[in-house]
Each structure stands twice: as structure tokens, then as C-alpha cells.
Design a protein around this ligand. Structure first.
Ligand code: NAP
Length: 252
């Protein structure tokens, strides 16, 4: 019960890493509020998590949606101890085929959305609170067709350090959780047929030094560490969990 009595907010808590984290936090005693665009999965997740959970459908690109959500959270729980700004989207398009629409979509969700999630939560964040931003290990190494996604996630990584400096005077820690490849619906949302998605994940797994991809539950346990007092002396820092994908060569 490492989050007993704490209130945690998770954007994208209705899928993948965010959903696994919502379950982990509730199992560790927290009340949890989740936010995402798909009302059906928000409602289903809240029902699954039980009476210590609430949720609201909205888009992190819309500041009014974020304000309405944090107003709800404040009315329901009165404070926020943990904020995981996890919502994000991935799209991989060769550089010369990136258009303005794609650039704006990824920037608006991954970078601007993350930025204003923290800003709009700030009035409700407790002294001693923990903010977790979610980047991507892909930004540690140049990779084809990833220019916009990588740039937005590198922005999130830098934002984590800057916000840690801004918020240290308020006693709020800010750290970045940086996943490598993790088997979540993010791959099915890329728009490829199911069969190619499976073979793409298998191929990524084969190239990983640990010969597999990560699980959402593994990332959730890392998010628990960053949320809890176990990481009390950690701010402006990054926790990379990628099976070594972007740090070491595979020993075949
Ligand atoms: N899985 C990986 O391999 C991997 C690797 C590196 C980094 N990451 C990062 O980890 C985070 C979680 O990804 P995941 O793998 O768990 O993917 P996922 O299963 O696709 O979950 C993404 C979540 O973000 C929410 N979301 C997306 N756009 C949103 C918007 N405009 N407003 C509100 N919510 C929005 C989605 O909810 P709705 O669809 O309901 O809006 C969903 O709950 C992302 O930031 C991703 O970039 C993932």
C-alpha cells in the first residue's frame, strides 16, 4: 500500500501503460482519476477500478477539457498528490512525407498537451507531490520515419527537467518515465493490419537486447516507484525502461 491515502491523476488511464498504472495505484491504496477521449473505455475502466476511481472524457489538446477535468477531480478528491501525464500518440512517417497536419497533431497531443496537463493541474497539486511525464526511449537514437514523434518526446524529456526546476520551490518533484517498446494498443492504433502489427512487435522483440518487448505492468511498477516516497530524493531525472534497446548492443 505504497500510495495509501494519495490521490493520483493519470491521463490516458484508459489504455496500455496508463491503464496498468491506474490498476497498480489503486492496488496500492490510491484514489485515481483518469482522462482520455474515449468515453466508453473511461467508463469501463472506472467501473473496473471501483469506488476509489473517477474519470472524464476529454482531449488534452483542449485547455477547457483539462480545466473541467481538474475541477471535477478537485470536487471529488480535494487535492492531487500524483500526476502522470501519460497520454500520447505515435505515428511513423518518412520525413519527406510529413505534412503540417501530422506535425501539429503529434506536437499538440504529445508536447503541448503534456505541458498544459501539468499547468492546469498545478493549482491542485499538493506540496510533496510527484509529477511523472512520459517520454519515449526512441528519442535516444535517430531512427527513420520517427522525426516528429521523436522530437515531441525529446521535448517532453527536456520539459521534465525544466518543470522540476520551476516546481522545486513548491516541494513538487518532476521526473520522466521513458519506456522502450512496450506491448500496448499504441501499435494497433498505427493503422496497420493486425497481422503486420504482431509481426512488427515480434521483430522489435528480436532486436531488443533482452529478446522481448516490455509489458504495461512493468512500466506501471516503475510509475509506482516514481509516484511513491521510494523516489523521494529524485527530481529532474529520467527512468529509462527499454530492455537496453537504446543503450547497449545485442549480444547475439
Ligand atoms: N508502448 C510503447 O511502446 C511506448 C514506447 C515509448 C513511449 N510510449 C508512451 O507511453 C504513453 C502511453 O502509451 P501506450 O503505449 O500505453 O499507448 P496507448 O495504449 O495507445 O494509450 C495512449 C493513451 O493516451 C490517450 N490519449 C491519446 N491522445 C489523447 C488526447 N488527445 N487526449 C486525451 N487522451 C489521449 C489514449 O486515450 P484515448 O484514445 O481515449 O484518447 C490512451 O489512453 C504514450 O505517451 C506513449 O507515447 C509508449
Amino acid at each position: 500500500m505504497r500510495l495509501d491515502g494519495k490521490v493520483a491523476v493519470i491521463t490516458g488511464g484508459n489504455s496500455g501503460i496508463g491503464l496498468a498504472t491506474a490498476r497498480e495505484y489503486v492496488n496500492n491504496g490510491a484514489s485515481v482519476a483518469i482522462f482520455g477521449r474515449d468515453k466508453e473505455s473511461i467508463d469501463a475502466t472506472v467501473a473496473e477500478l471501483g469506488e476509489k476511481a473517477m474519470g472524464r472524457a476529454g482531449d488534452i489538446r483542449k485547455l477547457d477539457d483539462l480545466e473541467a477535468f481538474f475541477k471535477d477531480v478537485n470536487e471529488a478528491f480535494g487535492k492531487i498528490d500524483v500526476l502522470m501525464a501519460n497520454a500520447g500518440v505515435a505515428k511513423f512517417v518518412p520525413f519527406d512525407r510529413v505534412d503540417e497536419e501530422l506535425f501539429d497533431e503529434l506536437s499538440d497531443i504529445n508536447l503541448k498537451g503534456t505541458f498544459f496537463t501539468v499547468q492546469k493541474a498545478l493549482p491542485h497539486l499538493n506540496k510533496g507531490g510527484s509529477v511523472i511525464l512520459v517520454s519515449a526511449a526512441l528519442n535516444r537514437m535517430g531512427s527513420p520515419a520517427s522525426s516528429v514523434y521523436t522530437a515531441t518526446k525529446a521535448g517532453v524529456q527536456a520539459l521534465g527537467r525544466a518543470l522540476a526546476a520551476d516546481l522545486s520551490g513548491r516541494g513538487i518533484r518532476v521526473n520522466v518515465l521513458t519506456p522502450g517498446p512496450v506491448d500496448t494498443p499504441i501499435y494497433t492504433r498505427l493503422g496497420y493490419p493486425e497481422k503486420s502489427v504482431r509481426s512488427m512487435i515480434d521483430s522489435i522483440a528480436r532486436q531488443n537486447p533482452m529478446s522481448r518487448v516490455g509489458t504495461a505492468d512493468e512500466l506501471a511498477r516503475a510509475a509506482l516507484f516514481l509516484a511513491s516516497d521510494d523516489s523521494a530524493f529524485m527530481t529532474g531525472s529520467e527512468l529509462v525502461m527499454d530492455g537496453g534497446a537504446y543503450s547497449i548492443k545485442k549480444n547475439k
